[in-house]
Design a protein. Structure first.
Length: 95
């Protein structure tokens, strides 16, 4: 799974890809099963999808088992993480 990275290299644009970045719903705590179904439905859209893990705002963190499953979907292309949890990021990189 790729982490979000800038597409600028030096002063020139090397590649521009239009994609979406979606977090879990803000107003409702979801189980990991519900979260997986949420992202599966979003991944059916026409654009590549970055998952956005921001548990402080969304009440639900994207679990590692959920990521392990979702990363097999071809339209899910990466993860943006705002959890501030270095151990979580290290585990994600190891997937």
């Amino acid at each position: 799974m790729r982490l979000a990275t800038p597409f600028l290299h030096g002063s020139s644009v090397s590649t521009v890809t239009i994609s979406r970045c979606r977090a879990p719903p803000l107003l409702r705590r979801l189980s990991q099963f519900e979260l997986r179904k949420w992202f599966e439905a979003l991944a059916e859209g026409p654009l590549p999808l970055f998952l956005y893990n921001m548990p402080s705002c969304c009440q639900t963190a994207i679990g590692l088992d959920t990521l392990r499953f979702l990363r097999t979907m071809p339209n899910i292309v990466g993860l943006k993480d705002s959890s501030g949890d270095a151990a979580y990021v290290s585990s994600v990189v190891s997937l």
